[in-house]
Design a binder for this molecule. Structure first.
Ligand code: KG4
Ligand code: ZN
Length: 333
């Protein structure tokens, strides 16, 4: 008999629902919240309200696209954390209510585990063990994945995340939020002619706050002597910042591969949509003879398909949670 799982993701500013049948993603609907753009970042209170508006239509669309009715479902998987508490609560409460009404089990999923397991939402699956560089708006981690249920952090950011470095740079350049995709586009039109510092941390951890400060002073000094500096040079600035972020990430990934002897590497999370990072990973993989995995765009950003995939492996291992489960904004890895 087939296993059908409904998955719900509401950790930040996108409401998403997916249906997974025996580990295959049948539907993966994402409703992107545009209400935050004018504020230059996600406004938590607005995000929760938007989730409340969108969750029922999004779940309905996911079921319809998968061609099933709720009575097909064997379990409901949802993001327990980490994320914005008000946003998480909408998804958790919806999942609990629906599971109760259908009398089916609940599966709590860690958002960062799910970004890694997004590689199993499509083919080919990575060979285990593999290294996953997870780069998103809130996290930057190098993960050693032993199996679907066992993974450990080898290194992570001590301050800002890679996505945050893109977004904060964009804010200084006057680009709309989230700036990552815009910087990616503009970087293609420029050259990395400006040099920014790469943090010198000895282990596999990262730091991006120094880069942010360096960019701030760089812009302040250049704008002092030419007030049109940013508009004239925006393509080269974007190319230079992007180059620095990619260099920082790839240097650590190379180090992680050397230290662990693992030559299967993957990238995940919103920043893994970056075209420069994707190209660079392929080039490095060819150079070092790595097996590499780059998710489709659909599975890079926040989406319920990855939550359902993570939920599926927990289902197979009989890992369910109780009705008294609560959202956790700072859920430990
Ligand atoms: O994984 P995600 O959708 O949400 C979080 O869990 O944070 O990641 C969002 C982040 C944002 O910082 C956004 O600017 C960044 O991913 N991002 C990109 C690109 N597309 C999204 N950064 C660089 N280049 C892109 N093409
Ligand atoms: Zn995410």
């Amino acid at each position: 008999m087939s296993i059908y799982i409904l998955a719900i993701e509401s950790s930040c500013d996108d409401t998403s629902a997916a249906v997974i049948k025996d580990g295959e993603v049948l539907s993966n609907i994402v409703s992107v919240q545009t209400a935050h753009a004018e504020f230059g970042g996600v406004v938590p209170e607005l995000a929760s309200r938007e989730h409340q508006i969108h969750i029922i239509p999004v779940v309905d669309a996911a079921l319809k696209k998968a061609g099933i009715t709720p009575d097909f479902l064997n379990a409901i998987a949802f993001t327990k954390g980490p994320g914005l508490l008000g946003s998480l609560i909408v998804g958790v409460t919806f999942a609990k209510s629906m599971a109760l009404s259908l009398n089916i089990p609940l599966i709590d999923v860690h958002h960062m585990h799910a970004h890694v397991l997004a590689h199993f939402s499509e083919n080919p699956h990575p060979r285990m063990p593999f290294l996953c560089l997870t780069v998103s708006g809130g996290h930057t981690q190098i993960i050693k994945v032993t199996n679907h249920l066992e993974m450990e952090i080898l290194g992570q950011t001590l301050d800002d995340a890679a996505g945050e470095a893109f977004d904060k740079t964009g804010k200084m350049l006057g680009l709309p939020y989230p700036a990552g995709p815009n910087i990616d586009k503009l970087a293609k039109l420029g050259e990395p002619i400006y040099e920014f510092p790469i943090s010198d941390i000895k282990n596999l951890d990262f730091s991006f706050s120094g880069l942010k400060t360096a960019i701030m002073y760089f812009l302040r000094d250049h704008v002092k002597s030419d007030e049109n500096f940013i508009s004239k040079e925006i393509n080269n600035i974007c190319a230079s910042v992007q180059h620095t972020i990619i260099e920082t990430l790839i240097q650590k990934l190379k180090k992680a591969s050397q230290v662990t002897g693992i030559n299967v590497v993957a990238i995940a999370g919103g920043v893994s949509a970056n075209s420069g990072l994707r190209e660079r990973l392929i080039a490095e993989a060819e150079l070092h003879n790595w097996e590499y995995h780059i998710p489709s765009f659909e599975f890079c950003r926040d989406n319920a398909g990855m939550i359902g995939t993570a939920g599926y492996y927990k289902y197979l291992n009989n890992e369910f949670c109780k009705q008294d489960v609560a959202a956790e904004a700072r859920l430990p890895f």
